[in-house]
Design a protein around this ligand. Sequence first.
Ligand code: GAR
Length: 216
Amino acid sequence: MLKLGVLASGRGSNLQAIMDSIKTGYLPASVEVLVTDNPGAYAIRRAEDNGIPAVVMQPSDHPSHDAYYSAVAEELKRRGVELVILAGFMRIVRKPLIDAFRMRIMNIHPALLPSFPGLHGQRQAVDYGVKISGCTVHFVDEGMDTGPVIIQAAVPVHHDDTEESLSQRILKYEHRIYPYAIRLFAEGRLSVEGRIVKVDAPAERDVAVVNPPLGD
Ligand code: GAR
């Protein structure tokens, strides 16, 4: 069983999808701890409802951002965490945590990276007028949403979409591909060479891609 530590700042629907996937037996893992930087995060409630300890850790309680991320890394190590899951953690993770879990931190981003990194990926896609956006699970490196891509799902953008309507459409795919990416890791089917992630699974299997039908 792969031991996960989840970092989340808000609603926690991706945390919920991961916990649900564990419950059904789809994901051979356990969530050892939720770490949040937001004492009001709904994710805390979701964790506690599932018997998972929730720890509030805020940068303002530490002398520097590096000290904060060292403390977070220590907390995760202390609980035996093997893979760190960023699930709507709205901060740029710093070096002490990245070094402690090199290529063992995943993030989900609500756009097809490298398009629309940073905040409000869905709003950026709507404002730009792209016809396809989606979501990306990637390993975390020092940059902002720049680490090696593990899996992506393509989702259509409609001309009358708002940030909210597109976010809702993308979120359904987030909930599908995040547990899948973690499962691939748990099964030892991911290997990283440079920035290429090799996935030892049939390329089409379980990858959620939405395309318009071909033909007239
Ligand atoms: C998700 O849409 C996730 O992709 C996004 O925040 C939301 C969190 O929702 N993350 C980012 O934008 C990271 N830059 P959740 O709390 O319900 O899982």
